[in-house]
Design a protein around this ligand. Structure first.
Ligand SMILES: Cc1cc2nc3c(=O)[nH]c(=O)nc-3n(C[C@H](O)[C@H](O)[C@H](O)COP(=O)(O)OP(=O)(O)OC[C@H]3O[C@@H](n4cnc5c(N)ncnc54)[C@H](O)[C@@H]3O)c2cc1C
Length: 468
């Protein structure tokens, strides 16, 4: 059971801050930290699986404007998990029919897709509506987790007015995102529990636009991967979303927050060069200007040594296994966690968190591998590795055409095959390892034979060559 009480005053808090402690008496069986898609889905799944009461705490205000967030694609995995808690995202999302891979203005692949494009906050809102209609679930906004006492099983939250609230938890679900504080407290306080964090290595910045009226060149049913440069899709509200990858080493017109004429002009030229169809059909002056007001998103890829660091704590969603956007599995894996957690409570009511860890830990570790592979599509690896990756991709497409393999990793995650045949992340990793076992050494041999450089030329070599 969860209960609230007045904790002793925290001596570390500033004297000037008005601090008061609040006493509340309601009791809850489960405490969920984080009202993102994973936390809200978990609250619904636990309530449906028999939990007597669930309390969800989030640092943010109750979200009202769902289109302020960014678009994501729910694949078969995410859609099935939502369905399990009675949420139909297809009603408010947009069907994604094809994924077009368009590096440097050349369409190199068109892949049939099965998914629903929806805003991240739109998914959370659907789950929130469901939770608020369930009398077993209570939501607390503007409650920021500040401390976790493992001996007394107490979470301390800071409220908007600076006061603190302490809540004793019987069972705690940590769903507070990729920079999870709950996970960090576990790392600090639980011997043997570790979390590996690898930064994405880039940022994403967004431009939004209504598109040129009457344009038909860009089909809203398709999503576009601009090679390693960005991603384009239409949001369910009809607004086009153009995200650009920004590296620390990129020129100022990409990294700056100043909408100067020079920056805007160079940004326009950049989009013309790398995505002409987008520049000609989707963007207007206002969209280019707004690029400089847009918050830049970054993040980390997370791998935890356990998803059940203490018998009363379970870590789910991005807190447990954040990936990076090119993986396409962030929200989907978090929703799946929630569905699995509900199933584990039904199957193993005496230890649902232990059962969850046994089931999902291999998948969480496989996800990290998928995320690091996806990162190679965005942060270009050295030339030989790139050449090997291209040869392996072509080899897999040929093997698929010749019916030597049933499908590739993508077919079973975002493609149509995912509709009829579900594979866990560890099965996907094993399948790809089997499929590429013979291909990779051959590709490596060919890349070496044709003397594709193993590493990028050193900076001074580049300068010498430029001067010559
Ligand atoms: C730009 C971008 C594009 C993306 N695109 C895709 C995509 O196309 N496909 C895909 O599958 N995934 C995508 N993702 C990833 C996806 O958004 C996340 O995987 C998903 O939102 C994770 O859900 P979550 O509930 O685990 O965590 P979050 O969505 O991060 O939610 C965590 C919640 O915890 C709360 N919180 C944090 N700290 C505290 C605290 N101390 N106390 C209380 N509450 C706290 C936060 O306010 C938040 O509401 C993208 C992510 C980004 C940033």
């Amino acid at each position: 059971m969860v209960c609230f009480y007045n904790p002793p005053r925290d001596p570390h808090l500033s004297r000037s801050a008005p601090i008061s402690f609040r006493a509340m008496e309601p009791k809850f069986e489960y405490l969920v930290v984080g009202a993102g898609p994973a936390g809200l889905a978990a609250a619904n799944a636990l309530a449906a699986a028999g939990a007597a009461s669930v309390a969800v705490f989030d640092a943010r205000k109750r979200p009202e404007e769902v289109f302020g967030s960014y678009p994501v694609v729910l694949n078969a995995r995410g859609l099935a998990a939502l369905e399990a808690v009675g949420v139909d995202a297809k009603e408010v999302g947009m069907e994604v029919k094809e994924l077009h891979i368009v590096p440097e203005n050349r369409t190199v692949a068109q892949v049939r897709a099965y998914g629903t494009c929806i805003m991240r906050d739109q998914t959370a809102k659907l789950l929130l509506d469901k939770a608020e209609a369930n009398e077993k679930i209570s939501c607390f906004w503007e409650h920021k987790l500040m401390d976790l006492d493992l001996t007394t099983k107490t979470c301390t939250f800071e409220l908007a007015d600076g006061s603190q609230k302490a809540v004793v938890a019987e069972r705690l679900v940590a769903a507070d995102g990729n920079r999870s504080k709950a996970r960090r407290f576990c790392e600090e306080k639980i011997e043997g529990f570790t979390a590996e964090l690898i930064p994405w290595g880039f940022q994403l910045r967004f431009m939004n636009s209504q598109g040129v009226p009457g344009q038909t060149a860009v089909d809203p049913a398709n999503h576009f991967v601009l090679g390693d440069k960005g991603y384009v899709c239409q949001q369910p509200d009809g607004v086009w979303s153009i995200s650009l990858r920004v590296l620390e080493s990129d020129p100022a017109f990409l990294t700056s927050n100043e909408a100067t004429e020079e920056n805007i002009q160079q940004l326009k030229e950049y989009v013309q060069t790398h995505a002409k169809v987008v520049a000609d059909n989707l963007l207007d002056d206002d969209a280019y200007k707004k690029f400089y007001e847009c918050r830049a998103f970054d993040g980390v890829v997370v791998k935890c040594s356990s998803l059940n660091p203490a018998d009363w704590i379970c870590i789910i969603g991005d807190a447990a296994h954040a990936v990076q956007p090119a993986t396409g599995e962030g929200i989907n894996s978090g929703l799946e966690d929630a569905a699995v957690l509900g199933a584990m409570l039904k199957e193993t009511p005496e230890d649902p968190f232990g059962a969850f860890d046994a089931r999902q830990r291999p998948n969480a570790h496989a996800l990290q591998q998928l995320a690091l592979k996806a990162a190679e599509r965005v942060n270009k690896p050295p030339p030989r590795q790139q050449a090997v990756n291209v040869m392996v991709t072509i080899g897999l497409q040929v093997a698929k055409k010749l019916h030597i393999i049933e499908g590739t990793n993508q077919d079973f995650s975002i493609g149509e095959k995912a509709k009829t045949s579900s594979k866990s992340y560890s099965e996907l990793i094993d399948m790809e390892a089997r499929q590429t076992k013979g291909l990779r050494p051959v590709a490596n041999f060919l890349a070496t034979l044709f003397r594709v450089p193993k590493e990028y030329p050193k900076e001074e070599d580049k300068v010498t060559r430029r001067c010559a």
